[in-house]
Write a protein that binds this ligand. Structure first.
Ligand code: HEM
Length: 509
């Protein structure tokens, strides 16, 4: 029996129709299943405003744009839905809030300390250190780590901040008059400082050319892409695009540094154990890594994860914040002159900055705070809502997530009049007292806030004081509006910092 060409054609059409029908049916069943599984969240969040959600992807289609524009879109979303809004990101219900009272309710709670599932990507590549750790581990580790940054220990770090800032000055001196990649120079400096202070190991990272900061930046860019571009959640697509190979390549160099840090430290600890005489000096220099090793509470993987998270959270953030401070000082010469004047009057023209000086640098501190208001380098973070939480007018249901985007929170005209004006006096104590504490949260807020905030402030003051006495800082941007932002987890200049330095003639500054 022979089959005609026409019949073959009809069969093919029929098979195609069956396949199409099966596909649509499967998609429909999957979608109904999704709606059924998420019914409680859907019903409870029904009246909350937010952008249009499409089946399967929710509002994630909004982020199908060039990565450098994603943060702007997130900021616009906060602006479009004042106080609070919601978006479905795939199967995740995410609230974004800007009203300080709401923010306080979440961040101030001792019950809502879990990080959102979005941190799984951080865990996958950087590990389960404090920043992303699940709650039981976080509680145990935070209790051990907090005392390793107490005032006495911080005080002993000032000497290192100053010593490493002098190397930074040498590097700046070699680059006088050139437009610098200031973020890179500062990242090397803060990494050098962190290895010496928190890890107790002396390296010469500022002079070495290992490019740790470059690779860390790349890792963060890729983590950010994986977080916010939903197709990257599919492992096959992520690999196909070549991102897995790239990120593993960058991670290799960072892993080598972490292994080196831990290996050297363990050797020192062993030597100490085997020696009957422990020098007073060694005892005095016990720091973060010594304490966590000697606590015997960390497995080798946990130790590695904590070192990694501190190398990232403690260096990239501070360097990024400083790069914005430098840009601001370069843009507003009157502010720069006032900072210099304060540094000269409190520390003097040549004296090494000491702990006793730092709390007297009031104006410098206000400049740093105002910079962190406009450029909150820990640009966003998320929490997981582990129980229904009543906000009076509405309830945020269990199993949803909350997104905090700091640029909009810090530039919200409702709480910050003339928000783009750079005005350090917003941080005079009497002005601060007028505001709700959650209008300004550069170091987050509540029990899971930044563990290194005092360290960071002291580190920044020493670096600024050291640099400003030797160099005049210049920046090509003229006003805050000119600085376009992007983020790779931490905040960055979209078009570079455009900062340069010239030597200061101290006879007329
Ligand atoms: C200007 C500098 C810094 C800024 C703006 C900053 C900002 C932040 C923010 C916003 C968070 C909360 C992140 C989240 O909830 O996901 C955080 C957490 C954290 N920061 Fe910082 N940080 C800075 C410097 C540092 C330094 C110097 C260290 C360490 C020496 C550090 C260590 C950490 C750690 C370990 C966490 C996680 C805390 C926890 O979950 O318990 N940070 N930081």
């Amino acid at each position: 029996m022979s089959i005609s060409v026409g019949e073959i054609f009809t069969y093919i059409i029929q098979i195609k129709l069956i396949l199409l029908f099966s596909f649509i049916s499967c998609a429909l069943i999957a979608y109904v299943h999704f709606l059924w599984r998420k019914r409680k969240l859907i019903i409870k969040s029904w009246n909350m405003p937010g952008p249009l959600n499409l089946p399967f992807v929710g509002g994630a289609y909004l982020f199908m744009i060039r990565p450098e524009y994603i943060y702007n879109r997130l900021t616009r979303m906060q602006q479009d839905y004042p106080d609070i809004g919601k978006i479905w990101f795939g199967s995740k219900l995410v609230y974004f809030m800007t009203k300080p009272e709401y923010i306080e309710k979440v961040l101030g709670s001792t019950k809502l300390v879990a990080k959102s599932d979005f941190y799984q990507t951080i865990i996958q590549y950087i590990g389960e250190g404090l920043l992303a750790a699940p709650v039981p581990k976080w509680k145990k580790h935070r209790k051990i780590i907090v005392p390793t940054f107490n005032q006495k220990i911080l005080e002993s770090f000032v000497e290192v901040f100053a010593e490493k800032s002098l190397i930074l000055n040498e590097i700046l001196d070699e680059n006088v008059g050139k437009e610098l990649n200031i973020l890179r120079v500062l990242s090397r400096c803060t990494l050098d400082i962190l290895c010496d202070t928190a890890m107790g190991l002396k390296y010469d990272i500022q002079r070495e050319n290992a490019n740790y900061e470059y690779k860390m930046d790349k890792v963060m860019q890729l983590v950010f892409l994986k977080l916010l571009q939903i197709w990257n959640h599919i492992p096959f697509v992520w690999r196909l695009l070549g991102y897995e190979k790239k990120i593993q390549g960058y991670l290799k160099t960072l892993s080598d540094l972490i292994d080196k840090v831990i290996q050297e430290k363990l050797e020192i600890v062993m030597q100490k154990k085997n020696s009957t005489y422990i020098e007073e000096e060694t005892k005095k220099r016990m720091v973060f890594l010594d304490y966590i090793i000697e606590s015997n509470e960390f497995t080798s993987i946990e130790l590695r994860d904590e070192v990694f998270i501190f190398l990232f959270a403690g260096t990239d953030t501070t360097a990024s914040a400083l790069s914005f401070v430098f840009a601001v000082l370069g843009m507003f010469t009157d502010v720069q002159d006032k900072v210099l004047e304060e540094v000269l009057s409190i520390i003097g023209p040549d004296k090494t900055p000491g702990f006793e000086h730092l709390h007297q640098l009031h104006y410098t501190e206000r400049v740093i705070k105002e910079t962190l208001r406009l450029f909150p380098v820990g640009a966003f973070f998320l929490r997981y809502v582990s129980q229904d939480t009543d906000f009076g007018d509405f309830v945020i249901p269990k199993s949803s997530h909350v997104y905090f985007g700091l640029v909009y929170i810090h530039r919200n005209p409702k709480y910050w009049p003339n928000p783009l004006k750079f005005d350090p006096d917003r941080f005079l104590p009497e002005e601060v007292a007028k505001r709700h504490p959650c209008t300004y949260i550069p170091f987050s807020y509540g029990p899971r806030n930044c563990i290194g905030r005092y360290y960071a402030m002291m580190n920044m003051k020493v670096i600024i004081a050291t640099v400003i006495r030797k160099f005049r800082i210049h920046c090509q941007y003229k006003k805050i509006e000119d600085i376009k932002l992007k983020t790779n987890i931490t905040l960055r200049f979209r078009d570079g910092a455009k900062v340069s330095v010239t030597r200061r003639d101290m006879s007329n500054n």
